[in-house]
Design a protein around this ligand. Sequence first.
Ligand SMILES: Cc1cc2nc3c(=O)[nH]c(=O)nc-3n(C[C@H](O)[C@H](O)[C@H](O)COP(=O)(O)OP(=O)(O)OC[C@H]3O[C@@H](n4cnc5c(N)ncnc54)[C@H](O)[C@@H]3O)c2cc1C
Length: 553
Amino acid sequence: MKVARDYIVIGSGLAGLTFALKIAEFGSVALITKDAVEESATRYAQGGIASVMAEDDSVDLHVSDTIEAGRGLCREDVVRCIVREGPARVRELIDLGTRFTRTQGEDAYHLTREGGHSKRRILHADDLTGWEIERTLIDAVRAKSNIEIYPYHMGIDIITRSNIDPAVAPGSREDEALGLYALNEKTGEVLTFTGKAILLATGGAGKVYLYTSNPDTATGDGIALAHRAGARIANMEFFQFHPTCLYHPQAKSFLISEAVRGEGGILRLKNGETFMEKYHSLGCLAPRDVVARAIDYEMKKSGDDCVFLDVTHLEGYRTRERFPNIDKTCKSFGFDMTRQPLPVVPAAHYMCGGVMVDLNGQTNIQRLFASGEVCYSGLHGANRLASNSLLEGLVLSHRAAARVSELRKSSKKLEALQERLPEWDPGDAVESDESVVVSHNWDEIRRLMWNYVGIVRSDKRLYRARRRVEMLLEEIKEYYWSFKITRDTLELRNIALTAQLIINGALLRKESRGLHYNLDYPQPDDTHEVLDTVQQDTAQRLITGSTDARIKS
Ligand SMILES: Cc1cc2nc3c(=O)[nH]c(=O)nc-3n(C[C@H](O)[C@H](O)[C@H](O)COP(=O)(O)OP(=O)(O)OC[C@H]3O[C@@H](n4cnc5c(N)ncnc54)[C@H](O)[C@@H]3O)c2cc1C
C-alpha cells in the first residue's frame, strides 16, 4: 500500500517530535515509529538540557566548554549556532508546557552542573527531564490533526531516485530521497510512504554493545538506512561510554546521572580509596571519556567487577529530593544510596558520530534530512559535552523544519517519480525456521563489539572484529533474502552494519582522541590537520568535515 503525505518523519524522540510539530504548519505529516510512540532514548534522559540561562554564564563559555570536550573536532560555527539558538528553543518547550525544576521559593530555574561544564547551566525536571520533555511534545503532536502517528512501524529502507533512475548515481548530487519502506509490525505488511522530504530521527545505537544505558530501540537503524541510501556517515569511532550505570544483574541499563557527581558524588574503589584525582584535575567531574577510561583501567587492574559512587557524605534528604527517580529505582534493587556507596560500571551511552548534516539537518542526498543522535552535525566532535544532545536535537529539528518548509511547492516531476516507485516485493521469502541464528548473531555482535571495540582498542582487536563482522554480514544478508522480515531481523541487519561502520572508523583514525582510544596510537596526532573519518557506500576516507565535500574511493 502507498501512503502519500507531505512530510515523512522517522522516530518519535525529541528530534522527530520537534520537527513534526513545526513542519505540520506547512503540510501533512506521517510520523513513523517502530515502538510505542513514547519509547525513545529521550524519555530516559535524566540529567537535563544544557542552555545558557544564568546571568554569570555566556554563549562564549558554553561554546568553549563544548569545544574543549570535543578535542579539536567540533565545528565552531555549528557549536556557536546551536548554543546561541538553544535558549530560544528551550523557552518554546517551556511555553508548550515543559515544567523544569525551579529553585525553592524563587522565580528562577534550578540549574545543575555536569562534567566538563564550567558553569551551572543544565535545566532539569528533577531527574526525569527526558520524560517531561517527551510528554509535552507528544501531547502537542497529538493535538495536531494533520500529524498521523504510525506506531509499531519500522523504517526498512529509504527509496532514492538512483533506485529507479539508472542515470543517477547513488549518493551523487542529483540523487534524492523519494520514499520509505516501513514494516507494520502488527500485520507484517510493508507500506511505501512518500513525501517531499524525509527526516531521520531514529536516535542512537547503544545496542551494538553488550552493556548499554540505551533502550532497545537504539539499534543504529538510521545510520544503516542512510548508509544504504548513499548518505555520508562520519566519525563513528566516537562512542561515548557513560561511566556510571548501576551494576546489578537485573538493572541492565539503569543510568546513574552525571548530575549525581555534579552535586558532590565521589567515585571510590572497593577499599574506599578515591582515584579520579590521579587522572584529571577536575577529579570526579572530568569529562566522561576520562572517567570511563579511568574506571575501566582501575577495574582491569584490581580485577573488581565494579567501582562505587558514594553520596553518603551528602545530606540524605537533599539527595532524595534532588534524585527521586534514581533513589527509588536503586531502592527497588536493594540499594539505599544515602547509606551505602552504589556499585557502578561504564556502559555504551551515546553515539557521537552519525549521518553527516549541515546546520539545517540536510544530508548529502536531496530531500533527506537528519536530526538528533542519528546525525553528525559537528557539535560534539570527538566527545559530547554532557546534556548537549537534547539541545542539538531541539535546535537542528527547528532549523531543518525551516529549511524543509522552503520545499513546500508541489512538484509535478517529483510526483511522477514517486508514482513509479515499486511496492515492496517479498520475492520467494518464507517463514524462518531458524530464529535461533538471529538471536545468536545478535549476541555475538554485541559481545565482540564490547570486547574488541570498547573503551580501550588496539589495531589487532579491531582487525579481528572487522573480519568477524564481515562474515556475520554475509550470513545476515543471506538470511534477509531467504526469510520473511521481522523487526528482529531488520534490527540485526542494522546493528551489524553499524558495527562495521564503527570498526572502519576506528581503523581509519591512527591516533587516540576524545572517545577513541587505541593502544597502538595512545596520543592525539597534532602534527597534522585533525580530520573527520567519513564513509560513503564502500569508500572510506579522512576528510575535512563538510557535507559538500565529495569522497573519492
Ligand atoms: C539513560 C539515558 C540518559 C540520558 N541523559 C541525557 C541527558 O540528561 N541530557 C542529554 O542531553 N542527553 C541525554 N541522553 C541522550 C539523549 O537522551 C539522546 O541523545 C536523545 O534523546 C536522542 O533523541 P532523538 O530524538 O535523536 O532519539 P530518540 O529519543 O532515541 O528517539 C528515536 C526514535 O526513533 C525510533 N526509531 C528508531 N529506529 C526506527 C526505525 N527503523 N523506524 C521507525 N522508528 C525508529 C525509536 O523507536 C524512537 O522513537 C541520555 C540517554 C540515555 C539513554
